[in-house]
Design a protein around this ligand. Structure first.
Ligand SMILES: [Zn+2]
Length: 240
């Protein structure tokens, strides 16, 4: 069996990979939210296109109705004119003349409205085309994000697989108590269950350690944990 110091050395090696694995897993957890953001933008643009389409249809219908109204007015005017050519009295003629004036006024108003509506229909159509182009761009963005995330996830899975390869074998050299403690701390301490002694402090949480604790770490014959962050403390002499 290896000494405690040697076993911790093994764990320090394993921790390098474990930290990397932890960080990559963390990164992976951000992917769904990133995708959701792009999806939301796409959905928003989809709604904008639907609204533009609805507006275009509504303006078209309005135009059609006004055109019908105009036709009715034109028919009325034709009828009144025909009537006017057959009246016998001046009074009747004047009355029809009055009706014709009123119908004529309505006709020109309708013509104005129709011109305005034709312009609105044209603009609504342009807007619809614009939103369609924008939606296509958002669709592309979404597709790209999806494949990006897929590729990155795959890469991460691959690397994690590589890093896990041989990990258990290395840990065979570590006695059960120390190994179990390390594994327990691994997820709770962001992939870093070990902490080197730095001066008189824990190298990770920086709390000042008691003289006895420092002494025990340097002797390296038992498991010493930081009383603040509970990481396994070890002596890591600076390399000259
Ligand atoms: Zn600590």
């Amino acid at each position: 069996m290896k000494t405690m110091v040697e076993q911790i050395k093994v764990l320090a090696e394993v921790q390098k990979d474990d930290k990397r694995i932890f960080d990559m897993k963390q990164k992976k957890t951000t992917f769904p939210a990133a995708l959701k953001k792009v999806e939301a933008a796409f959905e928003l643009e989809k709604q904008a296109l639907e609204a533009a389409k609805a507006n275009y249809t509504a303006r078209q219908l309005e135009l059609k109705n006004k055109e019908l109204e105009l036709k009715e007015r034109e028919a009325l005017i034709a009828r009144l004119r025909a009537q006017q050519s057959q009246v016998k009295t001046n009074k009747e003629y004047t009355a029809l003349q009055e009706e014709l004036r009123s119908a004529g006024g309505e006709q020109s108003l309708l013509e104005e409205e129709i011109l305005k509506l034709m312009d609105e229909v044209k603009k609504a159509e342009e807007k619809k085309v614009q939103e369609k182009t924008k939606l296509e761009a958002k669709q592309n963005e979404l597709n790209q994000k999806k494949s990006e995330i897929e590729a990155e996830s795959k890469k991460i899975e691959e690397e994690i697989k590589q890093l896990l390869n041989g990990r258990d074998e290395k840990l065979n050299d570590v006695e059960a108590e120390l190994k179990n403690l390390y594994e327990r701390l691994l997820p709770k301490r962001q992939g870093m269950p070990l902490s080197p002694l730095r001066g008189e402090s824990c190298g990770v949480c920086h709390i000042t350690l008691r003289a006895q604790t420092i002494n025990d770490i340097q002797i390296g014959q038992q498991i010493i944990t930081c009383e603040h962050c509970s990481r396994i403390l070890y002596y890591d002499p600076p390399t000259e």
